[in-house]
Design a protein around this ligand. Sequence first.
Ligand SMILES: [Zn+2]
Length: 378
Amino acid sequence: MLKCLRCGASCGDDEPIWRCPDCGGHLDHITEKLLSISPEEIKRGPLSMWRYSKTMPVRSPEKAVTMGEGLTPLIPVELDGVKPLVKMDFLCPTGSYKDRGISVLVSRLRELGITSLIEDSSGNAGAAMAAYCTAGGLNCSVYVPDYTSAGKCVQIEAYGAELIRVPGTREDTTDAAMAAARETYYGSHNWSPWFVEGVKTFAYEIWEQLGWTAPDHLVLPLGQGSLVLGAYRALSELRDMGLIDHIPKIHGVQSANCAPLARAYESGLDVPENITKAETVAEGISSATPLRGAEVLEAVKRSRGSIVAVDEKPIVEGIFALASRGIYVEPTSAVVVPGISKLMESGAISKGETTVVFLSGSGLKATDKILELRRKIK
Ligand SMILES: [Zn+2]
């Protein structure tokens, strides 16, 4: 079932709608019956995120559009005197975690008979959409802001998608895509009720990798908030199934130059604060008006987590701190490095607690930007 987050209307999930037919609000996928999975069953499943397919809204998982996404390593890394576990999700097939959500989204849309769609993205989701549409036999046009890294644009076009660069802000890109989508299907990962159903699998994996237990904290890059929403969804499902006894504290990390959710969290607001954003190296989380901001704030609050904002210089230092440990991620992912330091300083996270930080995108996508940053530092 799909439920509108604005007016509460519900409708069946067997139509390829992407927003509420009554009020235009966001739709959320609701699982009507209690889910049921067991470690034994999961261990017998495919060696990809599709081992959790019983928790996904895809009718025929055996026909899914998949390239083996998920099951990324979880490794300990020493950072600034603390030793979190790092979820290496930039190792998914197109170089970002978006593959999880897009694999489910494209699989479900193909089941619903969609053959052509429009997506808009700051880069990574567009690359994932281009790849999975190609793999699944769908046509795809991707709208990106014209400041998007050359690497991501080349990648989108290499998969065979049509690439449209839009001058202006990330929000201008969405407007252009929505206008164009009147003629075809708007497959936006930010609007789709199915995207988060794939993203959530990273939290199931962490549970499996920790020996079927939940960590104490998750530290996630935060823009639109799909990682926060996905984590909260998976962890709530695990709790409801009686498979974990607590929900970890979920902490979001934003760039201070674009921090509508961190500001709202600090001021105790239930909705994102209106902000004027400044440029940030963390382009993947540069979302001034997160579409599901209220839900993200609620999920963080319910998990008893927090949202912090970090400055540009420490983000850049974070890229090279990770690289010096052999981990090459894009600038957006590096926000978690100053993020975890801030959370330790404030006492939100204590030494000895099990903390997982999430690395979302590969540095290979942003080589042009990283080169520029290295030149500035030297
Ligand atoms: Zn509605």
